[in-house]
Design a protein around this ligand. Structure first.
Ligand code: M6R
Length: 381
């Protein structure tokens, strides 16, 4: 049942190319039109939307954070992302022209369900992005887009995240198409790039041996923290990488927007203690680097952030695309991912972080599929 993998999580990581392909299947027409008929929102409904809220928890919240960059860029509609447990208790401004997108793998998360009920009471339209057919959240929503990722058994969410991204991007591109706004021209190009994601994820998966080895090394040490830094969509990827480490490896980890380092977190960085421990190489900092193409400024900024942390003794684990030579001098370890436009980069940059967390957990003797204190679906508040 685990297809030869030691854990369901590893099987689910390996299934990601197929899962993303399944989310996209049948939804992109011959002429680049996005077909979301099952969404049951009319084009007029979508033209009336003047505000988008994405509401979810945990990894699904991180998918929403990535989606915000894409949706606002393509549609020019303001988009806010909020934790479901916060959203429902703070009286958000909602009305008929607000589209509330709730994202949930299980479709049973109580906080997300309560947030959706609150949104409906305020007359907002609610669209669910969900992996579980017939679960409560899609049943109570006005519309649903299923991710078709197949069952996710491991508590730590992996393929759900990537399929949620694919679904969110389809929604964003569809909104842009229907509304015909400035960036509608980009839609065709982005759709073609989206369809290349399964092959790119496959490529990343094929090169994960060094990441597994790093995981084993980290497991042998008493590293007190692992930090993750990113900018733009790399920031939610950093948050997701840190969440995976916390829940699986029981290791303190934090994700930061790299631009915030100087405002506090850089004080956490320390050099090697010189006490001869197996991983005595300074605070591990995983750096998610965007493509140097397109948004070059973003790339240059993060390269200086990597230099800054390294100058303070960090051991830098740099995730950067093939051909990006600027990072080489500052990378203690370099993980290459295929060239990918910035907005879509999370499809490839998240994968090494999942593999790393699973490797540390496995090497530490933890139950990778069933971490302590956690349940797959959180049906209480
Ligand atoms: O089923 P949901 O997507 O609503 O679940 C949300 C979170 O509970 C979930 O993503 C959780 O954070 C995962 N265990 C993270 O790996």
């Amino acid at each position: 049942e685990k297809d030869g993998h030691a854990w369901f999580m590893l099987k689910e990581i390996a299934e990601q190319p197929q899962a993303v392909a399944d989310t996209l299947r049948g939804r992109i027409g011959e002429h680049g039109e996005i077909m979301l008929d099952e969404v049951r929102l009319t084009d007029q409904d979508l033209r009336d939307v003047d505000k988008v809220f994405i509401v979810s928890c945990g990894t699904s919240y991180h998918a929403g954070l990535v989606a915000k960059y894409a949706i606002e860029h393509w549609t020019r509609i303001p988009c806010e992302v909020e934790l479901a447990s916060e959203f429902r208790y703070r009286d958000p401004v909602l009305d008929r022209s607000t589209l509330v997108v709730v994202i949930s793998q299980s479709g049973e998360t109580m906080d997300t369900l309560m947030a959706l009920r609150h949104a409906k009471e305020q007359k907002a339209r609610v669209l669910a992005i969900c992996n579980t057919n017939g679960s409560t959240i899609p049943r109570e929503s006005d519309a649903v887009l299923y991710t078709h990722g197949g069952p996710e058994i491991a508590v730590a969410s992996t393929k759900a995240f990537l399929t949620q991204l694919a679904a969110c991007f389809l929604v964003g591109l569809h909104l842009a198409q229907v509304r015909g706004v400035k960036y509608a021209d980009e839609v065709g190009a982005v759709l073609a790039q989206l369809q290349e994601m399964p092959a790119k994820i496959e490529k990343v998966l094929a090169a994960m041996d060094p990441v597994r080895e790093l995981g084993r090394q980290l497991a042998e040490t008493n590293a007190s923290t692992v930090l993750f830094i990113g900018r733009h969509v790399g920031y939610p990827v950093a948050l997701e990488g840190a969440l995976k480490l916390k829940e699986l490896a029981y290791l303190h980890a934090e994700g930061f927007a790299a631009g915030e380092l100087k405002h506090g977190p850089i004080a956490l960085i320390a050099g090697p203690a010189g006490d001869g421990r197996a991983f005595d190489r300074g605070t591990p900092v995983v750096c998610i680097v965007p493509s140097p193409a397109g948004r070059g400024v973003l790339h240059d900024k993060i390269v200086s952030n990597i230099q800054e942390v390294r100058a303070r003794g960090a051991h830098t684990i740099v995730i950067a695309e093939e051909g990006d030579d600027a990072v080489v001098p500052y990378a203690d370890m370099l993980v290459r991912v295929p060239r990918t436009p910035t907005l879509l980069a999370p499809f490839v940059t998240t994968v090494p972080l999942q593999v790393l967390a699973a490797a540390i957990a496995d090497a530490s003797g933890h139950d990778v599929d069933q971490p302590r204190n956690l349940a797959k679906s959180v049906t209480v508040e």
